[in-house]
Design a protein around this ligand. Structure first.
Ligand SMILES: [Mg+2]
Length: 196
């Protein structure tokens, strides 16, 4: 039975990746995932080169250090953010839904993510965890909703349940309606698997 749900923030509750690409100079819109070629996988450095952002980066730290706190705080809310959280609340109760988000190696990111949460979902501020090892929250009663295949695979390997949110960089991108697919999976877990 699923009793706790962990919800990823970037590219689930917000439009993170395309916003980051726009911030560093690519001509893309935050909500337009169609501009991201699935063959790139989740590799934002490669994507920034392919989308001709006009800058080059040595590595991920060189890339992420350019993002100020104000960027992290102002990433647009996704269209699934509020309905998804509402659905999770309905299934397991508000106090059993947590936000689980992986930061970069820079303090601006931690602070900006906190700002974002405070601005958009202040009623969840006590149930927000900022950390990279999401699989530490995995058990037979916990469910992770995330767009990152590595997170989802590790969570599953550690005994948790998972829903992979369709995005261009993952295997579920064949599902055009991201929220529709997540809703279907969530209902399956709560009403079918959860009752086994
Ligand atoms: Mg994510």
């Amino acid at each position: 039975m699923i009793t706790k749900i962990f919800v990823d923030m970037d590219d689930v509750l917000n439009y993170f990746t395309m916003s980051a690409l726009r911030y560093i100079g690519c001509d893309v819109e935050p909500w337009n995932y169609g501009a991201y070629n699935p063959v790139w996988g989740w590799n934002i450095l490669h994507a920034s080169q392919e989308l001709k952002c006009g800058k080059s980066f040595m590595d991920y730290d060189d890339f992420w250090k350019r993002f100020p706190r104000s960027f992290w705080a102002s990433v647009p809310v996704s269209n699934m953010c509020y309905p998804l959280l509402e659905l999770c609340d309905k299934y397991v109760g508000h106090d059993n839904v947590a936000i689980l988000t992986r930061p970069t190696n820079f303090a601006n990111c931690y602070a900006g993510k906190f700002d974002w949460i405070e601005r958009h979902i202040p009623d969840r501020i006590k149930n927000c965890f900022i950390g990279g090892s999401k699989h530490l929250c995995a058990n037979h009663e916990s469910l992770l909703i995330d767009d990152n295949e590595e997170n989802v695979n590790l969570f599953g390997d550690n005994g948790g349940h998972t829903i992979l949110v369709p995005r261009p960089w993952n295997r579920n991108y064949i599902h055009f309606d991201s929220f529709g697919e997540v809703k279907k999976c969530l209902s399956y877990y709560v009403f079918k698997k959860g009752n086994q």
